[in-house]
Design a protein around this ligand. Structure first.
Ligand code: 4AD
Ligand code: MG
Length: 433
């Protein structure tokens, strides 16, 4: 065995003899010559076996190795413009780590989505899934980088919680030493305490919603990045969110061009994701829907997916819709002092029909208002006592938002469904694998 090199770094070992460890993606048998395609997670390399260059045993072993056997191939790295990745390996040694025991279930023929989802643990080996999950990693990295370099401190928030953030209808209940507890829907409430302690914070982690409907946008378990800061207003939130989203989109364009090409993503739409984003009020959005869609749309109703698409179609970049009806939003939203029937909230709607990718706004900093809101929303006071405390000891205007990672991945990759945006999606009808 020679020095082990990952396929993505082979260019630095030209003409040297190296070992690649990976899986046999497929092969072509030309009699005295075999072309193996070996994948190691960083790329695919064509390994050429000439019967005179390897031992007869190795040549036979390669000939009979089933697809997805794990292998080690040693050979000289040669520039080959026709090969994918630009290099090939002239093999001198070939070793099977494990010969695949059964025929690999995923073949080049078209498989239905049900079949692929049931084989998600193997499907992840395909080039399309590699492209999506690499873009996801870059989205997360760029988001965190932007926050880390703009004064936000990462403060993690709990997953097991005693109370709801976003209404009680989507709570996953669990048993906490004999007491009921819930999987968190959002780190926001704890983030507010952390913001009062540290000024500017963010949390980033899995969140849970028992969404009892099957849509292209909803997962039961999804990842959310949630910045929150003291002395921030609705406008401040929109300014920060548009800067962050622009940075993320432009980073993906720059660093993941190859992956976007695998997905055949039209990148002109991505180039336009640059701040400032247009901002319209809920009232204005209702006018758009009445003019272009449902003439009888009722003020106070929530937007459905087709409504959001209609609104976003009016713009070539993401659009903020702000000042939603107070009754429609979560209990913590600050009412507009001039017009309390609307609140200081805003959602960011993505173009191309992707709908809401961010929800956020200014939080109420008023103790009495929040006490009344808890009652109005039929929420018990006891688990929120600490949250109310934040309005007793130096309450300040503050704001924050939550960006859904999976919806952002689906949008930037232009996927039909969020199920491919995470390695093992959890949905109403999906727990396996
Ligand atoms: O609008 P949401 O419910 O807002 C909150 O949870 C706030 N507490 C966040 C905050 O202000 N800190 O959710 C925020 C985002 C949505 O815009 C969407 O991108 C994503 O989280 N999201 C989901 N993604 C996938 N599946 C689901 N079931 C989702 N629910 C929300
Ligand atoms: Mg929302």
């Amino acid at each position: 065995m020679a020095k082990i090199v990952r396929i993505e770094a082979l260019g630095q070992s030209q003409e040297q003899t190296v070992t690649v460890q990976g899986w046999l993606a497929d092969k072509t048998d030309k009699g005295k010559l075999q072309f193996l395609r070996v994948r190691d997670g960083t790329g695919v390399i064509q390994a050429t076996l000439f019967h005179k260059s390897v031992s007869p045993e190795a040549f036979e072993a390669a000939k009979h190795a089933p697809q997805e056997s794990s292998v080690r191939v040693t050979g000289q790295v040669r520039a080959e413009p026709r090969a994918p990745g630009g290099y090939e390996l002239s093999v001198t040694e070939f070793e099977i780590v494990q010969a695949a025991r059964d025929e690999y279930p995923i073949t080049p023929k078209e498989h239905g989505i049900e079949f692929l989802m049931a084989h998600r643990h193997l499907w992840l080996r395909s080039s399309r899934q590699h492209a999506i999950l690499r873009i996801r990693a870059t989205i997360i990295q760029a988001t965190r980088h932007w926050l880390d370099t703009n004064g936000f401190l990462l403060v993690d928030t709990p997953i097991l919680t005693p109370a709801a953030v976003e209404g009680t209808t989507t709570l996953f209940e669990t048993d906490f030493y004999g007491e009921p507890a819930f999987l968190t829907q959002s780190g926001q409430l704890y983030n507010e305490a952390n913001a009062m302690a540290f000024g500017k914070v963010y949390c980033f982690g899995p969140t849970f919603r028992a969404e009892k409907s099957k849509t292209r946008r909803h997962l039961s378990e999804f990842w959310m990045v949630e910045p929150e800061w003291a002395f921030g207003t609705l406008d401040d939130y929109m300014n920060v969110a548009e800067q962050m989203v622009s940075h993320v989109a432009q980073t993906v364009l720059k660093e993941r061009a190859a992956e976007l090409a695998v997905l055949e993503r039209d990148t002109t739409c991505l180039e336009k994701i640059v701040a400032p984003f247009p901002r319209i009020s809920y009232d204005e959005a209702v006018e758009i829907i009445r003019a272009k869609g449902d003439a009888n749309f009722k003020w106070g109703d929530d937007f459905g997916a087709p409504d959001e698409t209609l609104i976003s179609e009016q713009f070539d970049r993401p659009v903020f819709v702000h000042h939603y009806p107070t009754a429609m939003k979560a209990f913590y939203m600050a009412p507009d002092p001039q017009r309390p029937e609307v609140c200081l909230s805003a959602d960011l709607l993505a173009p191309e029909g992707y709908g809401e990718v961010i929800g956020g706004g200014q939080r109420s900093d008023n103790l009495e208002y929040l006490e009344a809101q808890l009652e109005k929303h039929h929420l018990p006071r006891a688990p929120y006592e600490w949250y109310l405390d934040l309005r007793k000891y130096g309450s300040v205007p503050h704001c924050g938002f939550g960006l859904g990672v999976e919806r952002t991945v689906a949008w930037l990759c232009k996927l039909d469904h969020v199920r491919e945006t995470i390695s093992f999606p959890r949905m109403m009808d999906k727990m396996y694998p």
